[in-house]
Design a protein around this ligand. Structure first.
Ligand code: PEP
Ligand code: MG
Length: 325
């Protein structure tokens, strides 16, 4: 029951053979943090900063952003908070700032593409994030990266923001970890190149699945094709995780796929060090993590990667997990 699940709050998310995972929360409003802590979240793996920009005429200024990020970082301290830069466009349409004439918004000016088209707005956001990094452990993460030049452009604006703050005598953590979402097929395919540019990856399966399988994540007519266990998705995840491992950088998952207990042997076998999800999912995921050996996840993954259909993968996983979820 609920009470039994909450008893997992104080136990580590560790496999029986000693492989430790970090379970973090996805947050849309600073006020969600206390509840997430109560569920056992060890940090914020994804703060969707676009929610500060929704439903208003002008974007929040540096001070307002600073206040919001500070509230999250302070509430979560000493745990780390991952702030994702503005991700508007696609299914997160903000009338005041998005183009309204895009025929295909999911493939349009969204995520980091929008930020790089309005670099002043991005720099203001990065200044606010940097200022909060002086107060507690903060990471910055860029969404919808599809090529190396985009992350280099983002880092160059980050360095400009750092130089400005230094000149103004304002404190920040000059070594704050810089990461990217892996949520486009191109990013998965060049994960080895991208891994040399950043400190961490976080896989956004909501978009990665949509783009890999060419299935609109919000279109009910093709929802039956939206399959996290599609062999193409398993291969993509494998490419991403092995690139991260070879480069020695951390790899997280913050899409909905991270919250489904049935998928955990795969995620453990792939070597994910962090899973970030909506806070209420944390206790259940933790309970299942504590029942799957890392060695078992790796073996099962090898088997699943040989399979050709979603049905085969699902059947095999369900057999393995029957008694545990
Ligand atoms: C994702 O794409 O998986 C993700 C976590 O980001 P969002 O759902 O905000 O697009
Ligand atoms: Mg996304």
């Amino acid at each position: 029951g609920e009470r039994e699940l909450l008893s997992y709050r104080s136990l580590p998310a560790e496999t029986p053979d000693g492989h430790r995972l970090v379970l973090r929360c996805n947050v849309e409003l600073p006020s969600e943090v206390p509840h997430a802590l109560a569920q056992g979240a060890e940090g914020v793996g994804l703060f969707r900063s676009e929610f500060l920009y929704l439903g208003r005429q002008f974007p929040p200024d540096e001070e307002e952003q600073f206040d919001a990020y500070r509230e999250i970082a302070t509430a979560m301290a000493p745990h780390e908070v991952t702030i994702r830069t503005l991700d508007v466009g696609g299914d997160k349409f903000v009338p005041e700032i998005n183009l309204s004439d895009e025929v295909n918004p999911a493939l349009g000016l969204r995520g980091v593409r929008f930020s790089l088209a309005d670099r002043q707005l991005l720099k203001i956001q990065l200044r606010a994030i940097l200022r909060v990094s002086a107060l507690g452990p903060v990471r910055v993460m860029f969404p919808m990266i599809s090529g190396v030049s985009e992350i280099r452009a983002c880092k160059s604006i980050l360095h400009q923001a750092m130089a400005e703050l230094s000149r103004e005598g304002i404190d920040f953590d000059g070594r704050l970890p810089v990461g990217i979402m892996i949520e486009t097929p191109s990013a998965a395919m060049i994960a080895d190149k991208l891994a040399r540019e950043v400190d961490f990856f976080s896989v956004g399966t909501n978009d990665l699945i949509q783009y890999c399988l060419a299935v609109d994540r919000s279109n009910e007519h093709v929802a039956y094709l939206y399959e996290p266990l599609h062999p193409a998705i398993l291969r993509a995840l494998q490419m991403i995780c092995s690139a991260a491992r070879q480069a020695g950088i951390k790899v997280a998952m913050c899409g909905e796929m991270a919250a489904e207990p049935l998928y955990l042997p795969i995620l453990i076998g792939l070597g994910f060090g962090e899973l970030s999800m909506n806070a209420p999912c944390i206790p259940r995921v933790k309970r299942v993590v504590r029942q799957i050996r890392y060695s078992e996840g790796k073996e099962l993954l090898e088997k699943l990667l040989q399979m050709s259909t979603v049905a085969e993968v699902t059947h095999c996983l369900e057999e393995e997990m029957m008694t545990r979820i």
